[in-house]
Structures are given as structure tokens and as C-alpha cells.
Design a protein around this ligand. Structure first.
Ligand SMILES: [Zn+2]
Length: 208
């Protein structure tokens, strides 16, 4: 399934959870945004080799790096002391500028390193773990570990820590269900998917 469809399902997931919890308009907006982003996260592995065939366009990875940099800025403005805000914004701006200069390959790996740096600087465990997630995703092959149960567990833990940091109910469920919605939309049972996902890696590499 393509990115737009994944994003739409993620947004709907966030909206449904916000609705069921009767959140304020601001919280609803945040949950819809988090759902949209989380439903796209498993495809951060697009930089990994798709059986050596695909070479991803530079524009796509650059856009991803810049979106993550922007998210880092927004989060820093929302959380922490003035000093932490400045540091977070600085790292985010640096990521956006750097990604326009780095050519080809490894851009997502470097973005992950930037997110870890931001997490250490803001002392946010979820951000450090998300940086680790991005680095791993940038190195493994497409539709492998990020599209598996291990990926769900790892991202679910990040979502739990994010919910604690934001002190906002619904964050964990929104991120988790949006992530799972991506995996469901990618399974081979659906007629428009030529390939499935390897849900049980590393125990079994059978595509379902
Ligand atoms: Zn996918």
C-alpha cells in the first residue's frame, strides 16, 4: 500500500481514539497527527536494499529527514526548559540544513544519529530509542524487521515512553494501533499487495 493510504488510515485511527476518549480539540489534533506519522514509521526501512533492486530517490529520504527535523523542533518547543528548547531547536535546524547537503545513501542513518543526539540533549528516552529505531530501519531490508512483531513491540515501547513524556492519554494507543494498521495494510492476503510482511522475524522469514 502506498504512503498516502497508510497516512490516511493512521489519521483515522488517531481520530477514532480521540473520539472514544472525548478529548479536547487540541488533543484530537495531536492524536490525529501522531496517528498519521506512526502509520508511516514502518516504511522508514525504504533506504534498506529491496533485494538489491531499488535505489530510492534522494528527494524522498531528504524529505523524511526534514520532516523528522521539523518534528524535533516542534517537540522541543512543547517540552522542557528554555535551554532544552534552544538545544532541541538547534539540532532540528541542523538536521534540516545538513540533509540538504548530504547526497545519497546513509541520510536516514545520520538522521537517526541526530535524533539520538536530540534525545540525549533533552533527556528523553523515547527520542533516544526512536533514533535507534531509525538507524536500524535504515540498515535492514525493506518490509523486514520494521514490519514484524519485534518492530511492533519496540515501537510500542517508544509510544509508551512518549505518552509518559507528553502526559497525554491516548498517545500510546494511537501510535501503537496506527503502526499495526500499517502492517495489516501490507499483508499479502490483500489483493493489491504483491509482497507480504515477514511478521515473525527472526524466527521465520515466511511472508504472510
Ligand atoms: Zn510498509
Amino acid at each position: 500500500m502506498n504512503g498516502t493510504a497508510h497516512a490516511a488510515i493512521g489519521a483515522a485511527t488517531g481520530f477514532a481514539i480521540a473520539n472514544s476518549m472525548q478529548t479536547t480539540p487540541t488533543t484530537t489534533l495531536i492524536l490525529v497527527s501522531l496517528g498519521t506519522v506512526s502509520a508511516l514509521v514502518p516504511d522508514l526501512d525504504i533506504d534498506g536494499k529491496l533485494r538489491g533492486r531499488i535505489t530510492l530517490s534522494h528527494t524522498v529520504t531528504r524529505t523524511i529527514a526534514q520532516i523528522i527535523g521539523t518534528m524535533m523542533i516542534l517537540y522541543s518547543l512543547y517540552e522542557g526548559t528554555i535551554e532544552e528548547k534552544l538545544r532541541g531547536v538547534g539540532i532540528g535546524v541542523l538536521m534540516i540544513i545538513l540533509s540538504s547537503y548530504i547526497k545519497q545513501k546513509h541520510m536516514l542513518t545520520i538522521t537517526g544519529a541526530g535524533v539520538i543526539l536530540g534525545g540525549v540533549s533533552l533527556q528523553e528516552l523515547w527520542m533516544i530509542l526512536f533514533g535507534v529505531y531509525i538507524i536500524v530501519a535504515s540498515l535492514v531490508s525493506h518490509r523486514s524487521y520494521t514490519h514484524s512483531l519485534i518492530g511492533v513491540l519496540f515501537f510500542g515501547y517508544i509510544a509508551l515512553k512518549l505518552e509518559h513524556s507528553l502526559s497525554m492519554d491516548g498517545v500510546f494507543y494511537t501510535c501503537l494501533f496506527a503502526y499495526i494498521s500499517h502492517l495489516i495494510a501490507d499483508i499479502k492476503l490483500l489483493p493489491f499487495n504483491k509482497r507480504g510482511i515477514k511478521l515473525f522475524l527472526p524466527i521465520s522469514s515466511k511472508e504472510i
